[in-house]
Design a protein around this ligand. Sequence first.
Ligand SMILES: NC(=O)c1ccc[n+]([C@@H]2O[C@H](COP(=O)([O-])OP(=O)(O)OC[C@H]3O[C@@H](n4cnc5c(N)ncnc54)[C@H](O)[C@@H]3O)[C@@H](O)[C@H]2O)c1
Ligand SMILES: O=C(O)CCC(=O)CC(=O)O
Length: 353
Amino acid sequence: MTTPSFVYTSVPQRVVFGAGSLQHLAREIDLLGARRALVLSTPEQRPQAERVADMLGAHAAGVFDRAVMHVPIETAREAREVAARLGADCAVAIGGGSTTGLGKAIALDSGLPILAIPTTYAGSEMTPIYGITEAGMKKTGKDFKVLPRTVIYDPELSLGLPVGMSVTSGINAIAHAAEGLYAVDSNPIMDLMAQEGIAALGRALPAIRATPKDPDARSDALYGAWLCGTVLGNVGMALHHKLCHTLGGSFNLPHAETHTIVLPHALAYNAEAAPQAMARIAKALGGSTAAQAVYDLARDNGAPVALRDIGMKESDLDLACEHALKNQYPNPRPLERDAIRALLQNAWEGVRP
Ligand SMILES: NC(=O)c1ccc[n+]([C@@H]2O[C@H](COP(=O)([O-])OP(=O)(O)OC[C@H]3O[C@@H](n4cnc5c(N)ncnc54)[C@H](O)[C@@H]3O)[C@@H](O)[C@H]2O)c1
Ligand SMILES: O=C(O)CCC(=O)CC(=O)O
């Protein structure tokens, strides 16, 4: 196999990884040159946010605990006002993609540096991509101002992530790497990270299901999430992410579950157009085809495999298909209306591809 032409841009970002690495928080805030950190979380993760604020002592400006899915503009405005009023010079986001997303909304407006402490596998902490929802419409964009400057990955903080969320969040991460392997702007470094990330999560998710507090499995999963998130941040996504953004944005379906259900079908759709990528995904997961390996990983670990089971109405599939065909993301196989409609039907029914 010859190496194709590629462009690779590396971005400065500091990653501190390991069990117990939260202990380095004060050092990392100091290295950022910050003195007053606003700690962000969801309401459910307020206790973890308070622990972080306690660790920062006089360097904590306060806790803002109102992060919610998809970053409503009203929440973003409120958080920006609180940050300005408290004189914060940095945001510490502890939680999943929703909390990191709120930090990004603040950074987009103010340039405040973000220190992210991820507790799911969504991967937002490694990307310059932001999403903000206004009047029911989610807009996404890319700006390096929002890329967290420092990320502390401490697997101990994800020990309590419920098994169901761990599995779907892990497959959300696998989706970034899978699409990275057939991205129009892929490169060999991202391919290596993608295959390694998929393999790490493929090992970790069954182990987490068997023993949710297994520290090695949690560490492996977070390592995979880091790699897959890096791929998401560096190369463009395709049909699968377009479908999930459509289903999540227009039909209000839950993010990680939607990724989990749609991915096998998006991979089946692209299989013949991206054979090398499929071979790498299948190899990483130890399956015969990429699509079946992802489907089996989800089904065997108790995740939903049908859109009808997470609130999608069959009568909305035609509309979802129309939305998916608009403002298309680059994809290895051209988008064909009938085949996309069939893909959505299969995902709705939950058939094994
Ligand atoms: N911009 C990007 O690059 C990017 C990438 C991936 C996802 N996202 C966005 O992130 C959002 C989804 O993020 P998510 O899937 O991480 O879910 P989330 O952040 O919405 O978290 C879901 C729930 O799990 C809780 N939770 C998180 N970690 C926990 C833990 N360790 N223990 C117990 N509960 C925990 C949260 O408090 C929340 O209640 C979506 O809006 C998605 O669009 C953005
Ligand atoms: O909602 C965002 O911030 C963008 C989400 C994204 O591109 C990754 C995903 O769908 O998991």
